[in-house]
Write a protein that binds this ligand. Sequence first.
Ligand code: PMT
Length: 414
Amino acid sequence: MLAGKRIVLGVTGGIAAYKSVEVCRRLVDAGAHVIPVMTAGAEHFLGATTLSALASEPVQRSLWNEASPIPHTRLGQQADLIVIAPATARLLAAYAAGLSTDLLTNTLLATRAPVVVCPAMHTEMWEHPAVQDNLAVLRRRGVHVVEPDSGRLAGGDVGAGRLASPERIVAACAAALDGGPMAGWRVVVSAGGTREPIDAVRVIANRSSGKQGYAIAAEAARRGAAVTLVSTVDLPGPAGVTIERVETAAQMHEAMARLAADADVVVMAAAVADFRPVAVAAGKWKKDQGAPPIVLEPTPDILAALGAAKPAGQTLVGFAAETDDVVANAEGKLRRKHLDLIVANDVSRPGVGFQHDTNAVTLIRAGGRVDTVALATKERIAGCVLDTVCELRADSSHPTPTPAEPSAEQGASS
Ligand code: PMT
């Protein structure tokens, strides 16, 4: 996928600039023609000679002293892909605002090629609303964002903002270039267990790690889809996936309803609490007040609501975490929630379901076909789920249940 592609590698001024050397080397090893462009800030952190020695062409850095009279448009017009690693807060702001102050920002404005940005900065900067707003603007314009990792930062700090690994960056470049079988599809996935507050410090939670949902989101992105992951867990986002963090069932409901409205595929892999406390105690409930009187009420059934509002042509996938009568219970959920596919896992079995790196599932389609997938990694299960989604969408005759269908099982368990 990368072989023979002209890739402009933009390097901006952050301590992670040294890692761009490894990104460059990997892209060249994969057969890409890499043209490095460094900003003035980048040269404080990395010698241009190093990058020139490893890239396919010498580093370019100026609008004014290049051999070409119009380097600001030539590079962007000829590129198959532009990747910025690392991308500073300043670069993201300039790109979002459409400022063209140097060779790199000019190149970004003068291209129709896909662009991958790999932010790296201190946690406070990464979390600043200005940075997140700029990223939201860029994402809306179709820019691929490789979310930073969490870990050790410059100066001994620890937190989110570390440049993604060269491996993830190169994978994101390949995905951005590869249309893939799901190219053009908007996919929304939920992952993790919701947490329902009891008081200011305590929650009702469940054992979902988010691994299965993350694996589905990563696989969908690898196949070319534009993926948004609504997540309750604090795992680094898969390459090219947009993450929306939520905590409670109500927050997940709001996010999923908003995002599903114009999605092609929706997958609810999250474990949503079925009940939440009616009232949240103000402050921390003191031990000497005795046991708190926790009264529970049902949460909204998000998947049932998505099924009731499903737009024409959307493929809606649910999961069923069962311990007995697995297939019968899952079939009931498939019908009640107007799903196209339900993925049933018997979470009483060793290695299956919550927290494990593995899973084993039964895939039940609305049309009645049932397939089983034996114990395998969650990545492989994700591949099987998405293979089935692709088959369903390729077969335009597949029955797409609508809310108008009568439901004989109203009020049954979620
Ligand atoms: O996160 P991991 O540790 O990797 O574990 C993966 C998993 C076990 C969480 C996953 O494989 C799984 O089974 N997810 C669904 C868990 C669940 O809540 O199942 P359920 O049978 O209770 O719910 C059926 C469906 O309705 C699910 O798609 C669920 O997301 C949805 N639901 C449930 C309740 C509710 N209030 N709203 C919902 O949308």
